[in-house]
Design a protein around this ligand. Structure first.
Ligand code: UD1
Length: 379
């Protein structure tokens, strides 16, 4: 009798959680003949960065938690690798599934490939062209190691071909992050419940996030950005849920005082439903996040990206995103444009339809021959 095929799914950091939620749901659906095991590396561990996402997004409790926690890139990656290897020996999955571009993604892929276990990468082929970004290194290497690569936009296929990855390994699935957005839109927390006291009911506001090392690690860059954002906040108040690393950098750079004098209102990191509620009603979103560029495009909300590049060009070519970099003049010009025109109209990209994870599950069943195994078992 053929055994049920087992797929081990890996999550580690906040942006992974909204990707894995629909994948686990699709893989554990009654009519999918696969066994899906969930592993959390522990890269993001505290309540604000992890627990609230598991609860709000109905992610099943991880079957395995490596509990690695924070550390330098080398330490974090090495610890995940060391702790992941015995898990593979014990659970013997037929495939390892990784998502996105965080340290947990590359660490687990690297261990699996050396053990001869096939790897599937969800959100493959995105490239910013900027090798100074740790995520870019993680993307390139994970794609090289993967047997099956699911993409969110067609531009990713050309990137993968350039790197020698054959078309037959690539599948266009759409965007699992947008599966989560569509699944939860009705449950989003009304903005009024999250907005800080300094913003009146009904007043327009902007939503701000910042956490990329290139924006927050250098006190001069961070200071200049916050001064520009302070100027914007005189026109539209900004709500700023602050990532832990950014909170630390603002403090280290002695910039707490600057923030206190502006209409930038800081909040602790928010849960998914609170963030979604704020995003959908924002007049404008200013961010250096990858996922938020996609979510604003899906929601039709204007997005100003405070980076020199994007690995998600479809959000610019079809969506509501404008990549402006970090020069004060460009940020202010783009902001004024959004205020006067309402921003780009945009349209929702192909297959950002809420069904990407189901498409992925179907391909995995075929790829692993799991349907056949189940039929054998039944017969
Ligand atoms: C990671 C990802 C990044 C993603 C981001 C989203 C990599 C290379 N980067 O960056 O792609 O956009 O997550 O959040 O994997 N910390 C806490 N609590 C936690 C986790 C972290 O306080 O639960 C603090 C620690 O001080 C830690 C710092 O945040 O040192 C950074 O965390 P880390 O996972 O190293 O990287 P991120 O900057 O979050």
């Amino acid at each position: 009798m053929a055994a049920t095929k087992r797929i081990l799914c890996v999550v580690g950091a906040r942006p992974n959680f909204m990707k894995i939620a629909p994948i686990m749901r699709a893989l554990r659906a009654d009519d999918v003949p696969l066994e899906a095991v969930l592993l959390h590396t522990g890269q993001h561990y505290d309540d604000a960065m992890k627990r609230s996402f598991f609860e709000q997004l109905d992610i099943p409790e991880p079957d395995i938690d490596l509990e690695v926690g924070s550390g330098s890139h080398a330490v974090q990656t090495a610890q995940i690798m060391q702790r992941f290897e015995p898990v593979l020996d014990e659970h013997r999955p037929d495939m390892v599934l990784v998502v996105g571009d965080v340290n947990s993604t590359i660490a687990c892929a690297l261990v699996a490939v050396k053990k001869g276990i096939p790897i599937v990468h969800v959100e493959a082929g995105l490239r910013s062209g900027d090798r100074g970004m740790p995520e870019e290194i993680n993307r390139i290497l994970t794609d090289q190691l993967s047997d099956l690569l699911f993409t969110t936009e067609r531009s990713a296929h050309a990137n993968l071909h350039k790197e020698g990855i054959a078309e037959e390994r690539i599948r266009f699935a759409g965007n699992v992050m947008i599966d989560t957005l569509r699944h939860n839109l009705d449950k989003a927390t009304p903005a009024a419940q999250t907005l800080p006291e300094g913003i009146q009911a009904g007043e327009s506001y902007g939503l701000l996030t910042l956490h990329r090392p290139s924006n927050v690690d250098d006190p001069a860059v961070l200071g200049r950005l916050l001064e520009t954002l302070a100027e914007i906040s005189q026109t539209v108040p900004l709500v700023f849920p602050v990532h832990p690393r950014t909170r630390q950098r603002i403090h280290d750079a002695g910039l707490d005082g600057l923030l206190a004098t502006t209409r930038i209102f800081t909040l602790p990191p928010l849960g998914y439903l609170e963030m979604l509620g704020l995003m959908k009603d924002a007049r404008v979103v200013l961010t250096d996040s990858g996922g938020i560029q996609e979510e604003t495009t899906a929601l039709g909300v204007p997005c100003i990206t405070l980076r020199e590049n994007t690995e998600r060009p479809i959000t610019v070519n079809e969506g509501t995103n404008t990549v402006v970099g970090t020069s004060p003049e460009k940020i202010l010009a783009s902001f004024r444009d959004v205020m006067s025109t309402g921003g780009k109209a945009g349209r929702v990209p192909e297959y950002w339809d809420g069904h990407a994870a189901e498409r992925i599950a179907k391909v995995l069943v075929d790829w692993l021959g799991a349907g056949e195994a189940a039929r054998h078992a039944a017969g």
